[in-house]
Write a protein that binds this ligand. Structure first.
Ligand SMILES: Nc1ncnc2c1ncn2[C@@H]1O[C@H](COP(=O)(O)OP(=O)(O)O)[C@@H](O)[C@H]1O
Ligand SMILES: [Mg+2]
Length: 242
């Protein structure tokens, strides 16, 4: 079904949702308590502060509150400077995911996004369809399941997005989901459409490599370069050129 973007103004903010997928979407959907009262809340650890898994009329979804990382997080953990609705983290990610869905790329399907204004700043939340029975690539590495085949598929996955000019701002092993049937890229916060250029494509790949190295891939896997990184780059190049 075609995505049908609809905006609804709320007191102190606004929400955006896909009216074809979630016609009943409501601002209460962003409130964990709302789902808890309905016995439809499951909390999942991982990521910053964890995400909530909610059973909505649009199927199982993931509810994420936008949090800052790094130093500023200490005193300003979830407030962002307001520069207009289209620039909010949640609306921007929703629209980038909708664009990816239109291209049939493997990323979470966006369901609803919202922001709330607090003077000069805002806070934001996003709801996406849950990818079921998935493990992160980081978990696969920890469990000894990252092999040349999975590495090649990961490279091909990244190339499919790059081919369409989709830049991922935080490409790391926690943002690649692996299921029995397919791989997905998630977490497009701050991602953007970019003019094709080798510099940003290589920077994305380098970030993924650093993430694997940081998770101990070199100590864990004999000859990481030949058995994992080589196949990953091979899968990437092959798909990019296809
Ligand atoms: N749509 C989704 N389906 C399944 N799991 C998800 C989904 N979105 C997020 N997750 C899980 O939650 C974790 C954190 O979400 P993510 O979007 O990466 O936010 P952040 O890294 O900012 O905390 C992911 O690593 C993944 O395990
Ligand atoms: Mg993440």
């Amino acid at each position: 079904m075609m995505m049908q973007e609809q905006i609804r103004e709320e007191a102190g903010g606004a929400m955006l949702f896909d009216a074809s997928l979630a016609p009943a979407a409501d601002v209460r959907w962003f409130d964990r308590g709302y789902w808890q009262q309905r016995d439809a809340l499951r909390v999942q650890s991982g990521g910053r502060g964890g995400v909530a898994v909610i059973d909505t009329p649009a199927g199982a979804c993931v509810l994420r509150h936008y949090h800052r990382g790094g130093l500023v997080a200490k005193f300003n953990h979830d407030h962002y400077l307001w520069t207009g609705a289209a620039h909010t983290r949640s609306f921007a990610e929703f629209r980038l995911l909708a664009h990816a869905a239109g291209l049939e790329l493997p990323a979470p399907q966006p369901v609803a996004a919202r922001y709330r204004r607090h003077g000069l700043s805002y806070t934001a939340d996003l709801i996406t369809r849950r990818i079921e029975d998935a493990h992160t690539l980081a978990q696969c590495l920890a469990e000894g399941r990252l092999d040349a085949d999975l590495a090649r598929e990961t490279g091909a996955l990244v190339a499919r997005f790059h081919r369409e000019g989709i830049w991922h701002a935080d490409l790391n092993a926690h943002n690649v989901l692996v299921t029995a049937g397919a791989l997905y890229l998630i977490d497009f916060d701050r991602g953007a459409l970019r003019t094709p250029a080798e510099a940003w494509r290589l920077a994305n790949l380098a970030r993924l490599r650093r993430s694997l190295v940081k998770l101990g891939a070199i100590e864990r896997i004999a000859d990481f370069q030949a058995t994992i990184w080589g196949p990953l780059v091979y899968g990437y190049e092959r798909t990019l050129g296809a």
